[in-house]
Design a protein around this ligand. Structure first.
Ligand SMILES: Nc1nc2c(ncn2[C@@H]2O[C@H](COP(=O)(O)OP(=O)(O)OP(=O)(O)O)[C@@H](O)[C@H]2O)c(=O)[nH]1
Ligand SMILES: [Zn+2]
Length: 358
């Protein structure tokens, strides 16, 4: 199944409109997609706010003349838009998401946890050195596609590399859908080369291993004039003050960069659609396999094996595809098993309660 990429891949023709003065909501990333979910009366009663940080017991939200903590309650994550109900903050309504990153919750087996919502572009960063790993890039791209976020590959440390051609060629071979940008993350290059994605009302994230240049890029784009709120101090449950790091950087040019711990620990979860988008060419060939559940190993009538024999497709990329599919299936099936187990357990409990009432 191939999805309609036009929904979340950039529309170049719309990109270069002249911008009027930006409001706080614009800078926070308020877009027509959200505005059309709200009536004029609703906006007056319950103004839109964006969650910029999640604390232990509260959500930090920003809006037009609003900068406040509201008690945790709404099932929401960083980047979500809420209709803020000042009288009953707990019942602030979460607006429909344009995109969402989620992952398996650490420590709690297979539950899905929301990581970040309403991101427009994921910059997937690798440096042109031993960090470069094509399978890892693919994994990040599948995650971005699954979240319905535009992936862009950034290759950093180009200045330290004698010949970046092999890195660039490999990165470009991943997918025609994904742009590859090379740069020195220090200095002027990021502002120039990433301008097309760093437009007003856009929300960006950086994905990539430690040391590849994500913080350097964030500073280069958001700059010193970063107008994000300062780190907030909050009492933890033992009454100590804890200072959390900034998770949302707003640039004077009107775009925001989300930098949450969750994004740094993201794994491949339930990304079937993202994986098949990325490998849609193989998916199409696999439709011609004789068996619907063909593993493309030694089965008779396997179209993938046939294409490999004629060298129509690349065996190394096929191996990466199979690994990604297997990994994704493992994660998702375990999740599905767990869900169905929970369901039958729920049924059993209901049954027992019903019987005990008789
Ligand atoms: N020469 C050169 N150095 C770079 C480039 N990008 C980053 N660096 C340097 O690499 C080091 C690591 O960069 P960071 O921006 O801290 O990397 P990071 O991805 O944020 O790392 P974590 O915070 O650990 O996730 C810093 O010393 C940067 O100055 C680049 O394009 N060229
Ligand atoms: Zn097959």
């Amino acid at each position: 199944m191939t999805r309609d990429f036009s929904q979340f891949l950039p529309n170049q023709s719309k990109a270069q409109k002249t911008e009027h003065k930006l409001s706080t909501l614009d800078i926070l990333g308020w877009q027509p997609f959200f505005a059309q979910q709200v009536s004029a009366e609703e906006i007056l009663e319950t103004p839109p706010v964006r969650i910029i940080e999640i604390h232990r017991n509260s959500l930090h939200v920003l809006g037009e003349d609003i900068d406040t903590l509201i008690p945790s309650g709404p099932d929401a994550t960083v980047g979500d838009w809420l209709l803020y109900n000042p009288k009953l903050p707990n019942s602030s309504k979460v607006l429909e998401r344009k995109s969402v990153f989620q992952r398996r919750a650490a420590g709690t087996a297979w539950d899905l946890q929301l990581i970040a919502a309403n991101v427009d572009t994921a910059f997937i960063v690798s440096s042109c050195n031993q960090d470069f790993n094509i399978a890892r890039l693919e994994r990040y791209i599948a995650l971005a596609l699954e979240a319905e976020v535009t992936p862009v590959i950034i290759l950093t440390k180009i200045d330290l590399c004698e010949d970046a051609t092999p890195y660039i060629e490999q990165a470009q071979s991943i997918s025609d859908l994904v742009t590859v940008v090379t740069l020195d993350a220090r200095g002027e290059e990021p502002q120039q080369k990433l301008a097309q994605w760093c437009r007003p009302r856009q929300t960006l994230v950086f994905l990539g291993s430690s040391g590849v240049g994500k913080s350097t890029l964030t500073n280069a784009l958001a700059g010193k004039s970063d107008i994000a709120t300062q780190a907030v101090r909050e009492d933890d449950d033992k009454g100590r003050h804890t200072t959390t790091t900034r998770q949302l950087h707003m640039s004077p040019q009107g775009f925001t960069i989300l930098d949450t711990p969750g994004m740094r620990e993201i794994q491949l979860t339930d990304a079937a659609a993202g994986v098949s988008d990325l490998f849609s060419d193989y998916q199409e060939i696999a439709h011609q396999c004789r068996f619907r559940d063909c593993k493309h190993e030694t089965e008779p009538g396997c179209a993938i094996q046939a294409a490999l024999e004629t060298e129509e497709i690349d065996s190394v990329r096929v191996a990466r595809w199979k690994k990604l599919v297997a990994e994704e299936q493992f994660n998702s099936s375990t999740l599905a098993q767990r869900k169905s187990k929970d369901k039958s357990l729920g049924k059993l409990i209901k049954q027992v309660k019903k019987n005990s009432r008789k």
